[in-house]
Design a protein around this ligand. Structure first.
Ligand code: MN
Length: 240
């Protein structure tokens, strides 16, 4: 038996649900079965999670600032309240079940907001740093363009086993006020939070970069992240 990984879909303009192949391929290669969760299922998240073993929050558009007590900055990008609704419901339900969660890009932002934190709506205009890096790279999706430094004593360090790695970067939002129950696991040199872990859940990890694209390009560290998540989901399946 393989663990079933529920992956949230990206919303399109007509509210169709779609998913880049890199997510499903990375889950498959790590030994899991990916299923894509579309929009409009927020009333049924308990039943969906009852047949799932892990939750993968995928990348995509901006989170509506109402969810973290803010009004829209002029640099806020496209938002889809329908996607926020289903992902917040899934995340809260998965946390209650202590189900493994892996957040990617928008996923780290969504997790932080679900737990009461806030976001920079646009880091170039809101994040004060003299050495701000380019976080919206123009290089191909699998190419690492900036480094992150990984802290000690967290699950990310346990998986990666090295203090600094190169990552890709496709975000103009980032964590501002960190949710109380999250801990910083990695930062870029300009001070942006690039990875978090939950203080007490067995596996709840989120990263600001796109390991699924790096895995697709053959990156072994990115593959290790998916393996750790799918393995944790298998453990959850056996024990629940
Ligand atoms: Mn970045």
């Amino acid at each position: 038996m393989k663990p079933i990984i529920a992956i949230t879909a990206c919303a399109e303009d007509d509210l169709s649900s779609r998913l880049n192949k890199a997510y499903s391929k990375s889950v498959l290669d790590a030994g899991g079965i990916p299923i894509i969760i579309p929009l409009d299922v927020e009333a049924d998240v308990e039943q969906i999670l009852a047949i799932s073993d892990g939750l993968l929050l995928s990348g995509g558009h901006d989170v509506h600032p109402f969810h973290f007590g803010a009004e829209p900055s002029p640099k806020l990008g496209q938002i889809y309240p329908e996607r926020d609704a289903v992902e917040l419901a899934l995340t809260n339900a998965a946390i209650t079940r202590k189900m493994p969660i892996f957040g990617i890009c928008r996923g780290i932002q969504l997790l932080n907001v679900a737990l009461g934190g806030t976001l920079y709506q646009d880091i170039e205009t809101e994040f004060k740093s003299r050495n701000l890096l380019k976080h919206t790279q123009q290089a191909a999706r699998g190419v690492a363009t900036h480094y992150v430094t990984i802290g000690h004593d967290n699950v990310l360090m346990d998986i990666i086993e090295q203090g600094q790695i190169g990552v890709n970067s496709y975000h103009h939002q980032a964590i501002n006020v960190l949710a109380q129950k999250l801990l910083v696991a990695a930062k870029s040199s300009d001070g942006i939070i690039e990875a978090v872990v939950h203080e007490s859940l067995p596996f709840c990890l989120a990263v600001q970069w796109h390991p699924e694209e790096q895995a697709l390009a053959g990156d072994d560290i990115a593959k290790k992240l998916f393996k750790a998540f799918v393995d944790a989901s298998m453990k959850f399946k056996r024990e629940s």
